[in-house]
Design a protein around this ligand. Structure first.
Ligand code: FA5
Ligand code: MG
Length: 440
């Protein structure tokens, strides 16, 4: 069922009252521009408010400090950090070769403004547009680079930006986060000349059936790109994490085969953090069809997309992703531009848990992400996490029941049981009204 247009409208009248986003019955306004709504609209007021926060442009914010550190590691790339988060489905999906039925397009995973427009789910949404701007000399777009002159025709660029996803709630997932895209292209003839000169005319890295070399690339070309990409990413992560407490030795890295519609082969990079492997980015060799569509068929290249919060959590020792959005001066006061300091937690406030059990309706499929959004709208950042603690299907009636445990905890104050009971009542009422479930 999810956020139907009527839900948005009802919520909109009550709750949209911020500078970043405002809604009327048939329009959503995001960052000053108005967009028509339709049956796809599922962007909530809580999310619209985040579009105006500009964390990457607050010089003392850890995410902005990290952004600048990464930019410094790539002195010959063009930097973009002010591209609008509202993009078309063409930019976010079609331009990257996402199939019509790719699960990433689902309303349950993406915040749509309307059927054609959405809040970007990744910085890759700008890849084709920026490659194209380089080849066609689109100065309006090229001028948005902070230092465009260092990378002629956008042959190499970085994009830092806020991205939006309907996702689970826990210490390392948040519906708004930040990514750093890197795209690096080479003249194919120069790569081959270099391969000839160095005698590296064969394959030097592993490819597999499930993570294949593109038929349009020679094994030597793809090997060259993979080695250059992994070396560049390793150097960057090592240089950044060397500045964290404990230094680079504390953070082993590994590569896991992955799959993205716009790269092949592809990997995810993981870092060992507090005993667990944490995925920090996706990457791969850019599909040659992208290069052709961008008007640069004679070039080949690679791309990566890092999650900035994940890296910042390692670098600054921030234990919970919600802290990056905190308005608490005790958070902000700990950081200053250009400095890496380890976060000193303010005292942890006691959590409060509440369970909710319900029957799922036969008529409306239950999507967990709809419950997550409902919780964010109703309880905001008081939600620390949720856990599905029980599920069963009744043998006679065929009805399914779920029980979720919701953990409420504030980052900056004590919550009272009374206050949480009142919120839990609102949550329960909203679940009946919006998700069509029957409470038990
Ligand atoms: C992507 O978004 C691809 N666009 C990455 C890419 C770029 C691949 C260029 C190839 C070439 P993925 O969905 O895995 O991939 O997200 C990339 C990173 O974003 C993750 O590794 C993680 O660090 C971060 N991330 C993903 N979801 C969340 C979330 N909900 N909260 C915080 N960080 C997240
Ligand atoms: Mg991933």
């Amino acid at each position: 069922m999810g956020w139907l247009n009527s839900d948005i409208t009802a919520v909109g009248r009550r709750m949209y009252s911020n500078k970043a986003g405002e809604a009327t019955a048939d329009k959503l306004s995001v960052l000053g521009a108005a967009y028509p709504t339709d049956g796809w609209t599922n962007t909530t007021p809580v999310i619209l408010q985040k579009t105006g926060r500009g964390l990457l442009h607050q010089p003392s914010h850890p995410l902005a400090i990290l952004k600048e550190l990464i930019f410094q590691q790539f002195p010959d790339f063009a930097y973009y950090d002010s591209l609008n988060p509202v993009v078309t489905t063409q930019q976010n999906f079609d331009s990257l070769g996402f199939s019509e039925d790719h699960p990433g397009r689902a309303k349950s995973d993406t915040y749509y403004i309307n059927g054609d427009t959405l809040l970007r789910t990744h910085t890759s949404a700008h890849q084709l547009q920026l490659l194209k701007a380089g080849s066609s000399g689109d100065n309006v777009l090229l001028a948005q680079a902070r230092n465009g002159h260092v990378a002629p025709a956008n042959e190499r660029f970085l994009v830092a930006a806020d991205v939006y996803r309907r996702d689970e709630i826990d210490a390392s997932h948040y519906p708004v986060f930040h990514q750093m895209e890197g795209v690096c292209t080479f003249a194919r003839s120069e790569v081959n000349e270099q391969l000839r000169q160095t005698g590296k005319t064969g394959q030097t890295v592993e490819f597999s059936d499930s993570n294949p070399l593109q038929i349009e690339h020679t094994a030597a070309e793809a090997s060259y790109l993979v080695e250059d990409m992994k070396r560049t990413m390793n150097n960057m992560v090592a240089a950044i994490l060397a500045r964290a407490d404990g230094g680079q030795d504390g953070f082993p890295v590994r590569w896991i085969d992955a799959s993205f519609p716009f790269t092949s082969p592809s990997w995810e990079m993981e870092v060992l953090f507090r005993g667990e492997w944490l995925e920090i980015c996706g990457c791969g060799i850019t599909r040659q069809s992208m290069m052709r569509n961008a008007g640069v068929p004679q070039r080949i290249g690679w791309a990566f997309g890092f999650g900035l919060e994940r890296l910042a959590m390692l670098l600054f020792g921030v234990p919970d992703i919600r802290l990056f959005w905190s308005h608490d001066p005790r958070f902000a006061a700990q950081f200053s531009p250009g400095n890496i300091s380890t976060f000193k937690p303010f005292s942890r406030h006691p959590p409060c848990t509440k369970d909710v059990s319900f029957w799922v309706s036969h008529a409306a499929p239950f999507h967990e992400n709809d419950l997550m959004d409902l919780l964010r709208v109703t309880a905001g950042d008081l939600i620390e996490g949720t856990q599905l603690i029980d599920s069963f299907t009744h043998p006679a009636s065929g009805r399914t029941s779920h029980c979720y445990r919701i953990t409420y905890c504030s980052m900056d104050r004590n919550v009272t049981n009374e206050e949480i009971n009142a919120i839990q009542d609102q949550v329960r009422a909203a679940m009946v009204a919006q998700l069509g479930v029957t409470l038990r």
